[in-house]
Design a protein around this ligand. Structure first.
Ligand code: PBG
Length: 331
């Protein structure tokens, strides 16, 4: 596309910026409640909530409270939520068996939410980090994160989530071959309808810091995730990963983090036209909230502007901890 711009004064581009009505009429991209996915942190116990220190305004919720949050999502028009468990050190083991236990925190929450609030789509995270003693997304053998053995565990984990009622499976581990393996296991076990949103281009990022605190992984994590998460210096590699995951059976793809990687969102959408999502991660949330809480920026405007940026960059939707606040303003 080549925009036609006649010479001044025929073209006065300010004409369409003059009033609210004209600006609305000429607006190219919009943010709506239906574009939002709300990530929730789960906690064992009943009727309690625990603040996450590095994410003001975000709390870990017990299952009953998470069911209420799902009801809130439905009432606000938020189409999907995404579940992450806080796991105490004692439940983190060498074999990560808790990851595919039908009765782990996530799977119990899934059943409770699908029973009470079936209208809201529930997404789950597939990676071993909440269940491993070292906080890595895969099995650690001789100082290395092993790929193929991890994929077998991820398949078990995804199947348990599908059994528990997950609508969308979100593999976030960055192992090779996991999308194809999970897709064929889902097909083979009667879960043809379960969608996969692949964390296809997930970078080894400093912006996950507050999340690791929220799920109890900060203390656990030894080393970094650079041998499986992407190098922030790469862009073509993101397209290869996205193409690979789509061809292995991902229904949707995600780019993560969000705002520092808007160029990747745009390239991915232009190249493949697939349903494309961005994760506005914990560190992005913390920056905006932290500055707003100190009065350094207008929090509501910064939040909405940051979310609209994803739509402009080609994303169909955004995972964001701001989902309920944004939904209230947008609704
Ligand atoms: C774990 C996972 C992470 C996030 C989502 N799933 C952290 C990591 O890879 O260390 C980050 C989300 C956020 O920062 O908000 N596989």
């Amino acid at each position: 596309m080549r925009p036609i711009v006649p010479p001044f004064p025929a073209a006065r581009l300010r004409r369409l910026r003059r009033t609210n009505a004209l600006r609305d009429l000429a607006q190219e991209h919009r943010l709506g409640v239906a574009d939002l996915i709300w990530p929730l942190f789960l906690l064992e116990g009943t009727d309690s909530a625990q603040p996450v220190d590095s994410m003001p305004g975000v709390e870990r919720l017990t299952i009953d409270r998470a069911v209420r949050a799902a009801g809130q999502a439905r009432d606000l028009g938020i189409p999907a939520i995404c579940l992450f468990p806080y796991t105490e050190a004692a439940r983190r083991t060498e074999d990560c068996a808790e990851a595919w236990s039908p009765d782990n925190l996530v799977n119990r929450a899934l059943r409770a939410i699908k029973a009470e609030v079936p209208e809201v789509a529930v997404m789950t995270d597939v990676a071993l980090d909440p269940y491993s003693a070292h906080g890595h997304d895969g099995f650690l053998r001789g100082g290395e994160i092993v790929n193929d053995e991890t994929v077998e565990a991820l398949v078990r984990m995804a199947l348990a989530q599908a059994e528990a009622g997950a609508d969308i499976i979100g593999p976030s581990d960055m192992m090779d071959g996991r999308i194809g393996a999970i897709r064929s296991a889902l097909e083979g076990h009667g879960h043809q309808h379960v969608a996969i949103m692949s964390y296809a281009a997930k970078y080894a990022s400093a912006f996950y810091g507050p999340f690791r605190d929220a799920v109890g992984a900060s203390a656990a994590l030894s080393g970094d995730k650079k041998s499986y998460q992407m190098n922030p210096g790469n862009s073509d590699e993101a397209l290869r990963l996205i193409e690979r995951d789509l061809s292995e059976g991902a229904d949707m793809v995600m780019i993560k983090p969000g705002m520092p990687y808007l160029d990747i969102c745009r390239r991915a959408k232009d190249a493949f036209g697939a349903p494309t999502f961005a994760y506005q991660v914990s560190g992005e949330y913390a920056m905006i909230r932290g500055a707003a809480d100190r009065g350094w920026i207008d929090g509501e405007r910064a939040m909405l502007e940051s979310l609209l940026a994803f739509r402009r960059a080609g994303c169909d939707g955004i995972l964001t901890y701001f989902a309920p606040q944004a939904a209230r303003l947008l609704g």
